[in-house]
Design a protein around this ligand. Structure first.
Ligand SMILES: C[S@@+](CC[C@H](N)C(=O)[O-])C[C@H]1O[C@@H](n2cnc3c(N)ncnc32)[C@H](O)[C@@H]1O
Length: 398
């Protein structure tokens, strides 16, 4: 399919999603599901409200030393951030589709979310791919209909991992207008971004496979080793596509400049792990240290050429009209979010424990409920991997 045809289909896809209000229906379903879960299973006593409510300010500020293993922090985080972030990513992915850079290679896509938390970016991607597949089936477009996607994530917090698993179960039980939302593949392969070298993991995998194959052969001599290497490098080559991604997401993970400075090697490694035309999306705030964080990430990703046997590649930043995105608190999505916050505060009132929420946190939540300001804004930077063939030195010297 030519890229022109693909763009046309993407446009039709967006029209179909909008005409059927599919993103909002899904958002509403998740809001409803989260609210019921919180009211029926979490905020069921004055004590549980107190324990979680007093953490609201910590998660509003997203301090870097937050203990994300603490189940109360995790519950507080999902109350405050999950729906907002989920909708942001609905919008981000639609924007990528409009721009024609959404990762939809023929038939398969691999996505990695770094510091996934409650996985808003993955819930949204899973939904978008489900819709693309459904659109493909309705319109007989094999590239979309047979699309396979695999999500993976990096997350050290066991409490977040449990939450993702629980909320996936809860939220995929319903069907809307015949859309089968696909269950979020929810076993994150990596715990810590710090020290994560995806290329090294791939080389280790190759080595293990060679060793395994060699050990199956009856004699251990050089020939066996060469033979095993040949088979793994040229015949059983599935490993070559492992630890490579069509999209990598950093959503509110890089929150302080000092953190970026300690993770430069890992950020470069993420760039290396992108496939040709893969994209890396960095989403975060707009104020405080965010401009410096973005500038540093841009420099780190752009300064590096990645060399492979036959190709050279680099990450380029995609020029956007603006690096800000926003939605209105008066849109359907905004109204639904405000209603959700009101329902949570009402539960605190019923147990007469509203005061346990720090005053500043209550003030900020009330501002959102009252749509002041009227918009929710965030920052976004997008990078794309571009590769080209290396010149053959032998040919060049002839
Ligand atoms: C501010 S939250 C962002 C969560 C989510 N991406 C979002 O947009 O709402 C930061 C997340 O990064 C995770 N995290 C902290 N240190 C990490 C590390 N070294 N490697 C990977 N994730 C880490 C935390 O556990 C937490 O889930």
């Amino acid at each position: 399919m030519s890229s022109k045809d693909k763009r046309k289909l993407y446009r039709e896809f967006i029209n179909w999603v909008e005409a059927n209000n599919l993103l909002f229906l899904r958002f509403q379903e998740l809001a409803d599901c989260l609210e019921k879960y919180l009211l029926n299973e979490v905020f069921t006593s004055a004590q549980s409200c107190k324990l979680i409510g007093r953490k609201f300010l910590d998660v509003l500020d997203i301090k870097t030393n937050l203990n994300y293993n603490d189940p109360e922090i995790v519950q507080a985080y999902t109350v405050i951030h999950f729906l907002d972030r989920y909708h942001r990513f609905q919008m981000v992915y639609i924007r990528l589709i409009e721009m024609g850079i959404f990762p939809c290679p023929p038939y398969a896509a691999d996505i990695l979310d770094i510091g996934t938390g409650p996985a808003p970016a993955l819930f949204a991607i899973s939904d978008i791919y489900s819709l693309l597949k459904m659109f493909g089936r309705k319109n007989n477009i094999p590239e979309f209909a047979s699309l396979r996607f695999q999500t993976d994530y990096v997350e050290p917090s066991e409490s977040f991992r449990l939450w993702i698993s629980l909320f996936s179960e809860l939220s995929y039980s319903k069907e809307i207008k015949g859309v089968d939302w696909e269950f979020l593949y929810n076993v994150g392969s990596f715990e810590d971004f710090s020290g994560l070298d995806l290329h090294e993991l791939k080389l280790n995998l190759r080595y293990d496979l060679i060793e395994e194959l060699q050990s199956k052969q009856w004699r251990e001599d050089d020939n066996d080793l060469l033979n095993a290497q040949y088979i793994i490098d040229h015949v059983q080559t599935d490993w070559k596509s492992k630890f490579r991604y069509d999209m990598i997401v950093f959503s509110n993970f890089l929150t302080e400049l000092s953190q970026v400075e300690t993770l430069l090697k890992e950020i470069r490694s993420a760039g290396y792990a992108l496939r040709n035309r893969g994209i890396l999306v960095v989403v975060g705030g707009r104020e405080n240290s965010y401009p410096q964080i973005y500038a540093r990430v841009i420099r780190v990703l752009k300064e590096r050429l990645y060399l492979r046997n036959k190709t050279i590649s680099k990450c380029i930043e995609i020029e956007l009209q603006t690096n800000e995105m926003a939605y209105s608190y008066n849109s359907n999505f905004g109204l639904c979010l405000r209603k959700f916050y009101s329902a949570i505060l009402k539960r605190f009132e019923e147990f007469m424990v509203l005061d346990c929420i720090p005053k500043e946190a209550r003030r900020r939540i009330m501002k959102t409920i009252n749509a002041q300001p009227s918009e929710r804004k965030w920052g976004i930077h997008i990078f794309k991997k571009v590769s080209w063939r290396r010149r053959d030195k032998n040919k060049a010297s002839k």
